[in-house]
Design a protein around this ligand. Sequence first.
Ligand code: F6P
Length: 554
Amino acid sequence: MAYYQQPHHVTGLPAWQALREHRQQMAGFSMRDAFANNAQRFEQFSLNQCGLLLDYSKNLISEQTLQLLIDLAEQSQLPASIQSLFKGEQVNASEGRAALHTALRSPIGRTLKLDGVDLIPQVHRVLNQMTELVGRIHSGLWRGYTDKPITDVVNIGIGGSFLGPELVSEALRPFTQRGVWCHYLANIDGSEFRELTARLNPQTTLFIVSSKSFGTLETLKNALAARDWYLALGGPRDELHKHFIAVTSNAPAAIEFGIKAENIFPMWDWVGGRYSLWSAIGLPIALAIGITNFKELLAGAYAMDQHFTQAPLGQNMPVILALLGIWYGNFWGAKSQAILPYDHYLRNFTKHLQQLDMESNGKSVRQDGSSVDFSTGPVIWGGVGCNGQHAYHQLLHQGTELIPADFIVPANSFSPLADHHQWLFANCLSQSQALMHGKNRAEAEDELRQQGLSEADVQRLAPHKVIPGNRPSNMLVLNRVDPLTLGALIALYEHKVFVQSAIWGTNAFDQWGVELGKELGKGVYQRLTGELKEPASDASTQGLIDHFRDRHRG
Ligand code: F6P
């Protein structure tokens, strides 16, 4: 039976018990001492793959720890689970679906059959459809209703139909093709809509309605508002098709909206939203950076796929990252993980990872429907460095929580400016070093004495200056933020998330938890507008509705 079918109780595995005992033995583990006693620790706990250097030596691990974690992966039948994922088995058991985002980056010529149908030709048919559109837009062949070329593309979408494309098109800004600017409209918020459309000309704007379901409230409301905006500013209804296209698996709904069938880019139900930037959902990326660079992005992800499916578990970058997360989450009580990109172009990476990780692993029920009895997905947070050093790094260094951090930094900047990049890189490394090394009481006192303070002040201040240290972090160094490396980096985290779910026995590819809020929202809306007189089922919601109705104007 495949992993997603069998009663899967990871806490009953021998390796889990061994890790619980090992955790006790590691109570006094000191990273400082580990480095002092082993000059090869960096080499021993580093991996170089797909243009990425992963230094995981600043972790609370010994060789024995790593071996026990790998034993856990093996006893969880991880290799078989990875095969199930890539072969298109129904790893999304609750929806009876495969999760084949990896097929989207498979080179032409490979075969991958799902229900007897080879998927690769249809993947490449859509890639060709994207290539043709990008070519027509970039060459100016695609004209608006006043016969002007398109200068601005607005992606209307939310969640996976927004965060991945935004991350990549912003991260690869240095690769932007002249003449086409990409914008993102996601929230159901008139201010966001107004701020964006105020700087657009309907004659030269193309809207991409990106929605796998073509049923997401925010996206549909924004698409209707965009259509009204276009019409109100003089756009002819019978030329709407020159300014609206769609990416969806629900073509009938798109056609009903008024989009021509030939301007619909298909999606498949075996691609989850948060894993979909490699599909036609990535159209804004391709329009921003060109189809050649988009294919480089796919190639980078494919290289990581090859590494993930072929490398032994102990040399496998996604597996190592996943196992470290399990070590801290399930054996050290860590409840969150910080993602700290030290690069302006990667500033949206954490936002994308929040959906990728938290919507995939924010689960408390296994694939077989049984409740878990251990922690699963962590809270993912963070942001660009050095900014975070002046915002939340205090908590990382002297707070009461163990918060593992992933630092992500390029060795090369696209914008050399004096010694800025050297200082950025130095700060990234020194933050990781400070988390590991800390400053003990004796060092704090010495420092204060050397500053000439009285002994009374030394004793008064020293407790505040102590930095506990021994706090874990990973360092991911990219050669530079380019399509190939970025594709590998994103795929790395996709596979890390999957490995954790496979070991926990949970489903990384459904998201039933978001349904209730959507359903309740309809009743609240009807009460806000007075359409529904029956009071809400609780006094808080009703009190807030009353407050809104008293104060809302417009
Ligand atoms: O948040 C729920 C969700 O379904 C996400 O998984 C998805 O990325 C987003 O909403 C948008 O869905 P769609 O692409 O169907 O509009």
